[in-house]
Each structure stands twice: as C-alpha cells, then as structure tokens.
Design a protein around this ligand. Sequence first.
Ligand code: GLA
Length: 386
Amino acid sequence: MAALLFAAAPLYALDNGVARTPPMGWNSWNKFACDVSEKLVRGAAESIVSTGMKDAGYEYVVIDDCWQVSRDPQGNIVPDAKRFPSGLKALGDYIHSKGLKFGIYSDAGNGTCQNRPGSRGYEYQDARQYAAWGVDYLKYDWCNHYDTQDARSSYETMRDALAKSRRPILFSICEWGSTKPWLWAGNVGNMWRTTLDVKDIWDGKDKDRGVLQIVDMQDGLESYAGPGHWNDPDMLEVGNGGMTDTEYRSHFSLWCLLAAPLIAGNDLEHMSDATKAILTNKEVIAVDQDPAGMQAKRVRKTGGLEVWVKKMSDGSRAVGLLNRTESEAEITAQWADLGLSEQTQAAVRDLWAHETVGTHQGSYSVKVPSHGTVVIQVMPAVALIR
Ligand code: GLA
C-alpha cells in the first residue's frame, strides 16, 4: 500500500534536507508590506511562542521585501539601519534563541518588487551573507528581471549559491507560476508559487484572485508535490479582516488539504481568539503535515459543492467538503470517490468539531454552511484500496 501512496511523487527533489513536510511559519508581507522593522519581527517571534503557534508547528519567521536599502562599494547588501538598528545577525540570533528559524527575501532580477536591490549578479555574495547572518529560509521573487532572463536558470543559480554557502537554507521560489515551475523546480526549490498573489477575499469572481480562484488553480497540480518540494498557493490571509471566520476556516482547511506551506500573514500580536483557533487547529495541521506529502485532489464538483480528498500515510483519507454557494447545503463523501470500497466500515472524525461522528459504510453526509468547509478524516477499519 505504501508503494501505491508514494507512486505519484516525482523521482527527483532538491537534496538540501529541509521541508520534508510543508514549511510552517509567518511572513511580514500580507499585513505589513514595507512597514518592517526588527521590533515587528521580534514581536512576531515572541507571539509565535506565546500564542501556541510554535507548539502547533510554526517555525520560520520571514522578513519579506523592504529590509534592504542599497549595496556598499564592495557589493554587499545593506539592510535598512533605521529599521534594523541591531543588524540582521542579531535579529537572527534572537529568532534562534526562541527556538525558531530565520527567513529573508530577495529577487532574481535587478530589483525587488518594491525596487530594493535584487540579487542578479550577486547570488553567491548574497548567499554567503545570508549564511553568515544565520538565515534558514530564502523567498526569491521575480520582479525586475530582463525579458530575456530565463526563470529556471536564474533560480538554479541561486540554488547553487545557497548550496555553496554550506548552510541548509530552504529555498522558496516566487515566480508566480509564470513558467509552470512545477514542471522544472522539483530539484531547484523546496516550494514554488503556483499563482500571482492571493488577495484577502473569498471570491474574486472573474477579476481577482480570492481564495476560490487560487484553489481552482491548484486542481491538477497534485502529482508535483511531495517531501522536500511543494506547490505554494501563496501565504495565508487568515485574520487579515477581508473574510468571515467561516471563510478563513475554509481557506485554512483547503491549504492543509493541498499540503501547502502554512505561512501566516496576519498581525500575531493582536489576533482574535477565532483567528488563533484556526491557525492552531492541530488536527487540521496534521493533515497538512502528513509525512507522505500527498496533495488533495478534487474528486467531485456539483454546482458549488465540492469534495477534495488527500490520502494519508496511514491509509486514512482527509476529506474537505466545500460549499461555495450562498446557502447551507448537504454534501456527501462517497467512499467510491475516496478510493475505498462501498463495503468499507470507517470511523469518521470531524476535525473542526474535534469529535468522532460514528462509523459509516459507503458514504457520509453532513450539512456545510455557506462558504464553509467541513474536514473529516475517514479511517477504514481495514484499508481497502480500489
Ligand atoms: C511579490 C510577491 C509577494 C511579495 C511582494 C513584495 O508581489 O509575490 O508575495 O513578496 O512581491 O514586494
């Protein structure tokens, strides 16, 4: 059975030892954009510990764009001294002292998306500098590249530069899916963005990328994800104010089913209890972090009612029942759609209600609120795979 479960994983993966399960952490961009400082980042690290997020698995604290201002005459990248007066080595040490890991951001072009210096032509020098600061994670963007610049070779150059630094640094490719990185990045990065930036909205309709549009774009990419190399549908917007708690619960549920990196992007110091409960639901996080690293597949789509299935390493199935419609609706998980025989007796656990809802044969039906996602784990008494 294990052979069947692992069969879809690509034969190659970046051999840097990290991201064996989808990375978890926090990034400054979605909430704070360019308003980054050592005070903010230290505060985020403290909150990850005090809110229980560290205990739930979050470990990377990532400064996104705008920490850098220039290069010195030797070409060394210079951090903003007003916003980071103690320097990045001290900040990295502080993050490490909390038992967390330190992430940073740069760009494969000449400039970042906010027109700070990019790494093109400075890849080895920057990688050496990051390693000296104790960096554990690099998010690498794709703004300000030449029209003729090749994405794959640009990311390979930074991969090789990071390897040369001799520090295991998780490599997060952020070229927005433009050249279908899932086809080439398995041995280049540990994760790759599959789309342009997510917005803090549920449904962007035809114009925008809300949660629903991003989710639709993941359908069909499931065979490319696996330990060490993940599809990245972008960072979480949970708690940023543009969606209801039900919608945020759906957003988080779907990212976990998709084995997506879980990079929180909200104000951790001032989050509501509801936001904290979503981000720290250990039963749903365990779906994301399952060691087999399978990504959920959409197996049914009837009007606005959908069923997403993720095979777990123990033979159980994590199932997302998503209601995109404007009213409550009953959704059924059919065992046949889960790859289980109709005769299978399975215990069903509701991972948001935190309760086992009985043993069922053939199917399980449940009422799902409008814009909600019920996540169940279907645990066959004896796993019968079709
Ligand atoms: C791009 C990336 C975002 C963020 C910004 C920073 O848009 O996709 O995630 O890093 O740049 O400028």
